[in-house]
Design a protein around this ligand. Structure first.
Ligand code: SAH
Ligand code: SF4
Ligand code: F3S
Length: 440
């Protein structure tokens, strides 16, 4: 009888890719993927703890399985990822959800197979969360799920300790993969037909610093872009403090590299940026934007912005709003600050009431939406090259993205997933564009 697994993935692209590793490990053991969790005999939660609402959702979803576990004795439930990696969290999870079979962390994700095999031989649950990160383990099998894009880790961890952020606590210090390993992985992906590679790291601009052999993110971009074939290179996330002119020139050095930079600003007020420990001020950030746009005029910048950081005044918020109005971001992920235990900001006085933060984020979203609407309207009549990535059953249209990550829907009689195509934009709706395929 076929056996199936179902993975619930929360959080960032890093987690999306790590779920592909968990899938690879389970596939090696003969399990197949299902989209219907009621059919699964293994259910994995790959968790995120970046904000409180992410955690609340996960708690709810694990809790739902309690009833099923009572009757379905063979069901294996595993919980891993960033949430389990927090102080005392494994014990807390075990107490709250005694029916969970495996608890693992981010530092031993590569060993999930071993923990899984152990669980099959014993009734007791297997709980193993390592306090500290280990050396990078290469060669974990991966079952990729985002063709024609492939996620490629270039580094793990973060050294920045922004005062609001839990990531450095649950992901450990920066560790870069060896350049050769990354290039080899990319080469084999291109050989297998992948058309887009997204290089992943919490702060890709500091890639290589820990290798102490002169390798930098610029060297890496250069090496990956030398691989033969037509494909796109994306990368995320950039940290403004490390986004040097050298980085900008490296991005400009090859057509394969998308001129689309995710450069989280977080706030527009110098006072707040300082309290956040971001190591730059507004003028510096704006200089990075201007320099990028001068060197690469046809480029797009997306960003992350937070409102409601402790002590944020109306004036601070207006600084953020004003920065957004002036920056013409291609898109912005906006967040309400969420208190995270163990971080410096959690202990700060002047936490902002929820209703104030909510009002601010609504205002911010409205401003950015207007900018996006205008950008979309500007697209009408233009022809863009898109990489087709999927088919939308509801709309009965194919969809793809242009270099700047703008989503375009279009009709095609034949399956064109994985192909580069020219599409003429005819309509703009919300965040998406609609186009007509230009027959080549
Ligand atoms: N390493 C990446 C971002 C990782 S988290 C970077 O530095 O750019 C993604 C985004 O979540 C952050 O950019 C930030 O805007 C937001 N974020 C992080 N911690 C948060 C918190 N405690 N509350 C609200 N948003 C948070
Ligand atoms: Fe968090 Fe800052 Fe590191 Fe990004 S750079 S993961 S926001 S600590
Ligand atoms: Fe969440 Fe961990 Fe990513 S906390 S945002 S899944 S690094």
């Amino acid at each position: 009888m076929e056996k199936y697994y179902f993975i619930n993935t929360y959080g960032c692209q890093m987690n999306v890719h790590e779920s592909e590793k968990i899938a690879g490990i389970l596939s090696e053991r003969g399990y197949k993927e299902t989209k219907d969790d009621s059919k699964a005999s293994v259910i994995v939660f790959n968790t995120c703890c970046i904000r409180e609402n992410a955690e609340d959702k996960i708690y709810g979803n694990i809790g739902i399985l309690k009833k099923r576990k009572k009757t379905d004795k063979d069901l294996i439930i595993a919980v891993g990822g960033c949430m389990t990696q927090q102080n005392n969290m494994a014990e807390k999870l075990k107490k709250t959800f005694p029916f969970v079979d495996i608890i693992f962390g981010t530092h031993n994700l590569e060993e999930f197979g071993k923990l899984f095999d152990k669980k099959l031989t014993q009734k007791k649950s297997v709980i193993e969360v390592l306090e500290k990160e280990k050396e990078i383990i290469e060669g974990t099998p991966k079952k990729r799920t985002s063709f024609p894009n492939a996620w490629v880790n270039i580094m793990y961890g973060c050294n920045n300790f922004c005062t609001y952020c839990i990531v450095p606590f649950v992901r450990g210090r920066e560790r870069s993969r060896k350049l050769d390993e990354i290039v080899r992985e990319c080469e084999s992906l291109i050989k297998d037909g992948y058309k887009e590679i997204t290089l992943l790291g919490q702060n890709v601009n500091s890639y290589g610093k820990d290798l102490s052999n002169g390798t930098s993110f610029a060297t890496l971009l250069n090496a990956v872009s030398k691989i033969d074939g037509k494909f796109r290179i994306r990368f995320m996330t950039n940290h403004p403090k490390d986004f040097t002119d050298e980085m900008i020139h490296a991005i400009n050095s090859d057509d394969k590299i998308c001129k689309c930079v995710h450069l989280p600003v977080q706030a527009g007020s110098d006072r707040i940026l300082k309290l956040m420990n971001r190591h730059y001020d507004r003028a510096y950030y704006e200089d990075r934007l201007n320099t990028l746009r001068k060197i690469i005029p046809n480029s797009a910048v997306t960003t992350d912005i937070m409102v409601g950081f402790p002590t944020e005044t109306e004036e601070d918020f207006l600084d953020t709003l004003n920065l957004v109005k002036n920056s013409n971001f291609g898109g912005a992920f906006t967040f309400v600050y969420s208190r995270r235990t163990g971080t410096v900001a959690d202990k700060m006085e002047g936490q902002i009431p929820e209703d104030v933060a909510t009002k601010r984020i609504m205002e911010l979203i409205a401003v950015q939406n207007e900018i996006n609407r205008n950008q979309s309207l500007n697209y009408i009549g233009k022809t863009v090259e898109i990489l087709c990535e999927d088919y939308d059953d509801k709309k009965q249209l194919y969809l793809g993205r242009d270099e700047f990550n703008k989503m375009v829907y279009f009709f095609s009689e034949t399956n064109v997933i994985g192909e580069f195509l020219d599409v003429k934009i005819v309509k703009a709706g919300g965040m998406s564009l609609y186009g007509e395929l230009i027959k080549g």
